[in-house]
Design a protein around this ligand. Structure first.
Ligand SMILES: Nc1ncnc2c1ncn2[C@@H]1O[C@H](COP(=O)(O)OP(=O)(O)OP(=O)(O)O)[C@@H](O)[C@H]1O
Ligand SMILES: [Mg+2]
Length: 269
């Protein structure tokens, strides 16, 4: 999925509810939030004036306290919510959304779950099978095609969820705390696998996480949100080269960045 294939066709929803199709600068930006605010009808103010871009092929992490609007931000990016202020520009037809829990269908096998999105997109059966086999192999689950979700570990379920989106080869992924429900060792394995997949496929990613270490380890920028209503407290560059290897977590430059993010996170409590 070369980045240059990104069409630049965007879905843009504005606070007046009028969808607008515009051309983003395709070589640069996959997702753009411009002064996004979200005020729910019950009075909850979830986001205020959030602006930042995710460049093509870039991994950007979002951290912020519970309830500050992180999931809302992803839902707005995916076009599932229309912001009450500002606008978001992204190609929603070329987007993968990885939910916090793997949300697999218990009655479908691994193969059946991975084929689901392709089925909804009416991709013919033969092509679906080929794409599913490739996606399943790329998340390390070859041999488990006929297993049902009940027979999988939490980490394996998350891999299936990833494969289900990978099958459409999106150029932008939204990740909502994808590794929150697994143990630390599995989590670090999955982080490494995500980096390998990213180096192969060069998708852009917006990754919500509670873990400052995970945010810095995976991303090239960390957006720090304030307590609700979430607004951008800091947009911190992570100038550490890829590929990243686990030992990086102990290096002074890495530790310094995690301190900085933690400091920004705590600055409005
Ligand atoms: N549809 C909705 N209607 C009203 N309020 C909502 C709606 N969706 C979310 N909220 C509220 O918006 C705020 C932000 O919710 P959101 O789920 O985005 O937070 P979050 O940062 O993802 O939290 P967590 O880290 O716990 O997952 C919360 O107060 C939540 O109750
Ligand atoms: Mg959330």
């Amino acid at each position: 999925m070369p980045v240059s294939q990104h069409t630049g066709e965007v879905h843009e929803s504005t606070h007046d509810g009028q969808p607008d199709r515009r051309q983003l600068r395709p070589a640069e930006v996959s997702l753009r939030f411009a002064n996004v605010s979200m005020h729910f009808p019950d009075g909850t103010n979830a986001l205020t004036d959030v602006s930042f871009d995710v460049g093509n092929g870039e991994l950007v992490a979002v951290v912020g306290p519970s309830g500050c609007g992180k999931t809302t931000l992803l839902r707005v990016a995916a076009g599932l919510e229309t912001p009450t202020g500002g606008s978001v520009a992204a190609d929603t037809s070329d987007m993968g959304y990885i939910f916090q829990d793997a949300t697999l269908m218990d009655w479908r096998t691994v193969q059946g779950n991975v084929e689901l999105v392709a089925e909804l997109q009416r991709i013919p059966k033969a092509e679906r099978s080929v794409r599913a086999a490739s996606a399943i192999a790329s998340v390390g689950l070859a041999g488990f095609e006929d297993h049902f979700p009940d027979a999988l570990s939490g980490g394996m379920k998350m891999r299936v969820s990833l494969a289900r989106s990978l099958i459409m080869e999106p150029s932008l992924f939204l990740f909502d705390e994808p590794f929150g429900a697994v143990d630390q060792i599995t989590r670090e394995t999955l982080q490494q696998e995500l980096l390998v997949l990213h180096s192969q496929r060069r998708f852009a990613g917006l990754l919500v996480t509670h873990s400052v270490t995970e945010a810095v380890y995976l991303s090239s920028r960390v957006i720090v949100l304030s307590p609700r209503p979430g607004r951008v407290l800091a947009d911190i560059e992570v100038p550490l080269p890829y590929p990243r290897l686990p030992e990086l977590r102990f290096e002074p430059g890495f530790v310094e960045l995690t301190k900085r993010v933690t400091h920004e996170l705590g600055s409005e409590r």
